[in-house]
Design a protein around this ligand. Structure first.
Ligand code: DGT
Ligand code: CA
Ligand code: CA
Ligand code: ZN
Length: 579
């Protein structure tokens, strides 16, 4: 009678039932009951898994009798016969079809019924043979879009967001450090360089017992299966499909291995050719050659042996860091500890999960001294955007908080105001003027051509009430490409209009991209590192924000949320043109 299903399992089984019923053309009321049930399970304030197990769901709004029994079965046995039967009508590959962007249940049902398609491969072939265009509700354009979505899925299938990668890395690194034969350990690769997404994790350990360490790594409970296992190297997959490589080296080799496997390849190539000019050959094990061999204990010693200042891993992309290290002009990079507050966060007023008070308490716990709230505006109706009246109510709520708790945390009243299709804003200037600040973002009409889109955003930045520009390109990493926009023109306009540009540090966005920040910074554009938090835990994204800001060569003075409360209040009080 005991099983360990999670709340999310309960909810996702109900969701999948709704999906399958929709495919079968079932009654919409029945479908909706399952969807609603899933939503209730996710948001119910109480231990709903235990209640389902004990058969105590009666009286919960949104969960009728039929669902109560099913949840009870699921919570006690771990499976649900009704669900298994429905699922049994389709092969496993069928369910991948739902991962294709732009292919909802209705379309999946149509291609399944009319063309017998039950896998992504089958779908691709049908598109290539133009079989879909012949169905009603489909066209050449749909086929094209589906093919693009399939290609995108393949391209990204083996990459991971920064939060998943960083979480796994910290757990595994702790395991490695626990081992008594490990002298030093670190993760290298793209994660250490703070790339926006990560292909695999690369760990380096210093040890005198490499074979013992590769065995330990292969046998960790976190390991789903072993890909290769040797005396000094081991590669595994975690349960979520993330590959992890371990290299076990001697303590002398460690700095070289760490440097080499941190990459990037381009940075390493440039470093090696510099070494060669000094008569030294450099690889993952050490220096060799005819010149005197420099003594190396730490990674930093490799750089100094080559006449270079230490290059932070975030900068190692061969984009000018080696020249700057030689000239002694590397920037002193911003750090997470320097962040005093945050802008652009949501609450239950729009599409956030947590209330204003919960968000405020969490910000205090994190040691922040100010918190910017920026809920959606009315045009973002799918996110329950606020209209004028609700925004005014929120401004009052915030001012009440500030009079009562302003000592511990100052809340700034803002809005994430939609930039409408023509570049005008979702609220009048008179309302915007009542806010402490405002973030302007594009949330619809993504398909405008580059010139029109750029003009649209520029028009918004020219508004004196627009303090900052939200997620410039609208990209969703590993999911949705950026829309067309001219970065150079936006950066020039930001510099001229004194509009701050957001570094949205939700790991699904990381937008504006790190590759543009040095240029922006050099033109005097200021950055705001914004977590776009929709729940309290997401304030933690600030850490990724600082990492990516470092990757963009940003210093403390380039990032406005390194200002303390007094400074930021004075800054926001200035007219935009004098900021
Ligand atoms: P990823 O895993 O795709 O996100 O990116 P990285 O940078 O972590 O790449 P990965 O895991 O293939 O290799 C880790 C580092 O090892 C890479 O950044 C540089 C170094 N490396 C790997 N293969 C080569 C190579 O063939 N030549 C050079 N110079 N370096 C390499
Ligand atoms: Ca890697
Ligand atoms: Ca690797
Ligand atoms: Zn937004």
């Amino acid at each position: 009678m005991s099983s360990n299903v999670s709340r999310e399992t309960l909810a996702s089984v109900l969701d999948e039932i709704a999906l399958l019923l929709e495919i079968e053309g079932e009654n919409p009321f029945k479908i909706r009951a399952y969807r609603q049930g899933a939503e209730t399970v996710r948001s119910y304030d109480g231990d709903i898994v235990a209640m389902a197990r004990e058969g105590e769901l009666e009286g919960i709004k949104g969960i009728g009798k039929a669902l109560q029994d099913k949840l009870h079965e699921l919570a006690t046995t771990g499976t649900l016969g009704f669900h298994q039967n429905l699922r049994g009508n389709y092969p496993e590959t069928f369910f991948e079809l739902f991962e294709i962007d732009g292919l909802g249940p209705k379309k999946v049902a149509a291609v399944h019924k009319k063309l017998g398609i039950d896998s992504i491969d089958g779908l691709r072939k049908a598109c290539e043979a133009s079989e879909l265009a012949a169905l009603s509700g489909f066209g050449k354009k749909t086929e094209q879009k589906i093919l693009e979505a399939i290609a995108r899925r393949e391209q990204f299938a083996d990459r991971f967001h920064l939060d998943a990668a960083a979480h796994a890395a910290s757990v595994i690194l702790a395991r490695l450090k626990e081992h008594p034969d490990v002298l030093r350990a670190q993760y290298a690769g793209s994660l250490r360089r703070s790339k926006e997404t990560v292909g695999d994790l690369d760990f380096i350990v210093a040890t005198s017992k490499p074979a013992e360490l590769t065995r330990y790594f292969a046998e960790m409970d976190l390991t789903d299966h072993v890909i290769v296992h040797g005396d000094t190297k081991c590669s595994i997959h975690l349960e979520n499909g993330l590959q992890c490589d371990l290299r076990a080296v001697s303590n002398d080799e460690y700095p070289f291995a760490l440097q080499y496997f941190t990459g990037s390849k381009e940075h390493n190539v440039a470093l090696r050719s510099r070494a060669l000019k000094q008569g030294l050959s450099l690889n993952e094990y050490g220096f060799s050659g005819s010149s005197e061999i420099p003594e190396v204990h730490e990674e930093r010693d490799i750089y100094s042996a080559l006449g270079l200042d230490y290059v932070d891993p975030a900068l190692r992309e061969n984009r000018g860091e080696i020249e700057a290290a030689e000239a002694g002009t590397l920037p002193e990079l911003v750090s997470w500890e320097q962040l005093c507050g945050t802008f652009h966060n949501h609450t239950t007023a729009s599409d956030g999960r947590d209330t204003l008070h919960e968000m405020a308490e969490a910000a205090i716990d994190l040691g922040l001294t100010y918190l910017g709230i920026a809920d959606h505006s009315k045009s973002s109706f799918q996110a329950r955007g606020l209209d004028e009246e609700r925004l005014l109510t929120q401004i009052e709520e915030i001012s009440a908080w500030n009079s009562e708790h302003g000592e511990s945390l100052r809340i700034f009243a803002g809005s994430e105001v939609d930039i409408l299709k023509d570049g005008s804003l979702d609220f009048d200037d008179s309302l915007l003027a009542q806010l402490d600040y405002c973030v302007a973002s594009v949330h619809n009409a993504f398909t405008l051509d580059e010139k029109t889109m750029t003009q649209r955003i520029i028009r918004a930045m020219e508004n004196e009430h627009v303090t900052m520009l939200g997620h410039l390109t609208g990209r969703l990493l590993l999911k949705r490409d950026e829309y067309a926009v001219n970065h150079d023109k936006i950066i020039d306009c930001a510099a001229e209009t004194r509009t701050i540009v957001e570094l949205n540090c939700n790991p699904r966005r990381l937008d504006m991209d790190w590759r543009w920040w040095k240029k922006a910074r050099d033109k005097g554009v200021r950055c705001s590192i914004n977590p776009d938090a929709h729940r309290t835990e997401q304030f933690q994204y600030l850490r990724f924000g600082a990492d990516v800001a470092r990757k963009g060569w940003l210093r403390k003075q380039d990032v406005i949320n390194t200002m303390n409360l007094e400074e930021v209040e004075a800054f926001l009080a200035l007219p935009k043109s004098s900021r």
